[in-house]
Design a protein around this ligand. Sequence first.
Ligand SMILES: NC(=O)C1=CN([C@@H]2O[C@H](COP(=O)(O)OP(=O)(O)OC[C@H]3O[C@@H](n4cnc5c(N)ncnc54)[C@H](OP(=O)(O)O)[C@@H]3O)[C@@H](O)[C@H]2O)C=CC1
Ligand SMILES: CC(C)=CCC[C@@H](C)[C@H]1CC[C@H]2C3=C(CC[C@]12C)[C@@]1(C)CCC(=O)[C@@H](C)[C@@H]1CC3
Length: 345
Amino acid sequence: MERVVIVTGANSGIGLALCERLLTENSQIRLCLACRNMQRAEAARSALLTSHTGACVDLLHLDVGSVRSVLTAAKEVKTRYRKIDFLYLNAGIMPNPQVDIRAFIKGLFSRNVINMFATAEGLLTQQDHLNSDGLQEVFATNLFGHFLMIRELEPLLCQAGHTSRVVWTSSSNARRSAFDIEDMQHRNGTEPYSSSKYASDMLSLALNRQKNSQGLFSSVICPGLVMTNLTYGILPSFFWTLIMPIMWLIRIFTNTFTLTPYNGAEALHWLFLQAPESLDPRAKYHSLTSGLGTNYTEPQRMDIDEEMSEALYKKLLKLETVVRRKLSEENADNKAYQQYLNETE
Ligand SMILES: NC(=O)C1=CN([C@@H]2O[C@H](COP(=O)(O)OP(=O)(O)OC[C@H]3O[C@@H](n4cnc5c(N)ncnc54)[C@H](OP(=O)(O)O)[C@@H]3O)[C@@H](O)[C@H]2O)C=CC1
Ligand SMILES: CC(C)=CCC[C@@H](C)[C@H]1CC[C@H]2C3=C(CC[C@]12C)[C@@]1(C)CCC(=O)[C@@H](C)[C@@H]1CC3
């Protein structure tokens, strides 16, 4: 039977590579590219159809960082599909990243050097800001928009006699110490990316506890360090090209330098092939590439405590209520204003 697969952030990088791999290595897939930029989404669709003539590739407009857009997109999904087999929550941002050069040089001469290259711990900060919904942009995009999407699509994801999967593209940059449950949006810190990815790891665990009995299973992956628009925002692409031989060398010592979107999508595709019952809800599945270029997936236990993941889940539900209330008030105001305009015309 045809499997419905939705991928957010599918118009470039790891998301697009996943789509390419899904179509190449599996038959009977109905793929839905859920993207913010529809011009790039059209281009991605054309590229996929060029290499896979006759494939079923749909487009869906989704700005996962906007509450209104998520609700509209979810409504559209519910009219188009009767079930969802896989929902890949892949869209993500790291705005205005800054590398701490002194920490990098110090790290090079420390015993922690391999860990530094694998996780960028202590190396990266970002500048975040409030979006038009009044939420921190990184939190809204990397976590909350996806949470809202799951909540809206629950009728399709939690169906009797059917198993659905959600897969989060997290990161080894996710760090417990960057996350504060009293400041889940990371308003007060300088590592919103790390915080949002740690929150997605926790949310995945909470979703498994809450929803496995209803047939919904959640997993998290790390694609490794991949050359995409996201990494070109950290250092310019010509610089990455220049240091590519060094990166291949580093790959001998840390298999986390997957480098290409195809390699980075390894764990995402591997999960597609696994039975959900065989997966560990506390594991993060890492895409890895050996020095000789062989791809494989390996689980690593996440540093998560159940109480905090449950607390996060509850806080997200509360925020959802607030956000929905605000939206319906705005809608009522707009309606009243429109009526006023009509009457005064
Ligand atoms: N590259 C790497 O080394 C690593 C990446 N990751 C994660 O992988 C995921 C994919 O990133 P990657 O492929 O590297 O980078 P890209 O920038 O190539 O891809 C990011 C995708 O997310 C989309 N996106 C961003 N914001 C929104 C939004 N508000 N609504 C809808 N779509 C949005 C982008 O679309 P648009 O065209 O609209 O910008 C794009 O398609 C991210 O979650 C990232 O955090 C994790 C670890 C390492
Ligand atoms: C490789 C050389 C010689 C220099 C580059 C140094 C850093 C810019 C680089 C080292 C580790 C990298 C890294 C990431 C970004 C770039 C580095 C800091 C990530 C944070 C990118 C996004 C992720 O989600 C992580 C998995 C990456 C971890 C490693």
